[in-house]
Design a protein around this ligand. Sequence first.
Ligand SMILES: [Zn+2]
Length: 128
Amino acid sequence: MNITQKLSKNRSVLENKLRDLLAKPVFLIEEDAFALPCGCCGITANARGLQADDLEIFEDHIAQYLKEASLELDIEPSFLFARIIPGTSEIASLNSRVLCNRCYMDFARGSGKKPRPDIYILSLDRRK
Ligand SMILES: [Zn+2]
């Protein structure tokens, strides 16, 4: 399979798991693999119908599903987070990102699950 076929399958597997878990129509309208100029890379799944409440209640399951999706694409699931649309309780996307050193320092410096209003951390592996 090429990368788009892998992403396509990955998107649909993750979407189905979320629908089964939440028992409602959650849509992953797009899944992308990305590489940033700073060195960060990873995947983003843009969501519709996913709420911050869902995340708080089913955090462990959602984190596990995202971890599995990430591993399936050979992306180390070292930093998993959701992006929230500021001022709302809508989850814009689920993300697995392999942080570059500089971005790691930025994220690791903050404490707690919400270092920024738009970021909800599901898991962040601490480096030595
Ligand atoms: Zn970076």
